[in-house]
Design a protein around this ligand. Structure first.
Ligand code: PMM
Length: 276
């Protein structure tokens, strides 16, 4: 999944694709580089970000989604608003990516149920302005699993089908670096919830912190793409269904490497069985 943030203020690419034509061009480039899905968002979720109005979000994303969909691109809409999700699907979006997992807008699950498209339910504890204060856990993996299970139960009760659901632990959303690493290491427990997993590590602060210089200054996001790539390879190996990334070409290659590796492991397993 390649990212097109149609925003002036997203963390790593804010302002780059704010213009409609630039956003569409970038979406097409991401597909050419190997993205299966292009995730279009009109609201920054960077820590501390303020919300945009419904009208502004619609004006940012709908024309871009319509244009990309008309080109045959599988578009997902990154939104917490049911009205935006509805308009996006009408404009051709084939997936709804809701970082709040239906918590920000109680109408979201019902609207997604009516559309029938896949629904990414992300682990979330509150809006960007104070999410860092909510990064308090005694066992982050257990609590993320438990809170996601509750969201799943709610969205199912609102009519979303099991087959629509994709889960995402929400790296960086009410999680510090230590929490993010624990969540990645606990992907097998998240997978036990029984739904495909999406992982969004690309260019996030915890990677910059890991790669900090000797004086403790975090590595800038534009120099942490190799770290994103490493997460992609490991997440794919751990069974992720999808990774959400900004720099598609090398990540698409990493996913193919992981798939070939898995395929070879399965083949050699079958051969070993035959020889017994
Ligand atoms: N992260 C961001 C935005 N949308 N969606 C999902 N499903 N998972 C994520 O981790 C996620 C997301 C923030 O990233 P950006 O603003 O740097 O693109």
């Amino acid at each position: 999944m390649g990212v097109v943030n149609v925003t002036p203020d997203s963390f790593s690419d804010g302002g780059l694709w704010f213009d409609e034509a630039a956003a569409v061009r970038h979406g097409l480039e991401l597909v050419a580089e190997g993205a299966d899905i292009v995730d279009v968002g009109g609201e920054s979720t960077r820590p501390g970000a303020a919300r945009v109005s419904l009208e502004e979000e619609l004006a940012r994303v709908v024309p871009v989604i319509r244009a990309l969909s008309a080109e045959g691109v599988a578009v997902s809409v990154d939104t917490m608003r049911a009205d935006v999700a509805r308009a996006a699907v009408e404009a051709g979006a084939r997936l709804v990516n809701d970082v709040s997992g239906g918590l920000a807008d109680p109408d979201m699950p019902r609207v997604v149920a009516a559309t029938g498209v896949p629904y990414v339910v992300m682990h979330w504890r509150g809006h960007s302005h104070d999410m860092d204060n909510r990064a308090v856990y005694s066992d982050v993996v257990a609590e993320v699993c438990e809170e996601l299970s509750k969201r799943v139960a709610t969205v199912l009760a609102e009519g979303v089908a099991e087959s629509q659901i994709v889960l995402d632990p929400g790296l960086g959303f009410a999680k510090n670096a230590e929490h993010n690493w624990a969540v990645l290491a606990g992907m097998d427990r998240l997978a036990e919830l029984g739904y495909p997993l999406l992982i969004g590590a690309s260019r996030k602060r915890f990677l910059g912190r890991l790669l900090a210089g000797s004086d403790g200054t975090p590595r800038t996001f534009d120099r942490s793409d190799a770290a994103t790539l490493a997460v992609t390879a490991l997440a794919a190996e751990a069974g992720a269904w999808c990774v959400r990334v900004h720099d598609v070409a090398p990540n698409a290659d990493a996913v193919r490497v992981a798939a070939a590796w898995r395929g070879a492991v399965q083949t050699s397993g079958r051969e070993a069985e035959r020889s017994i």
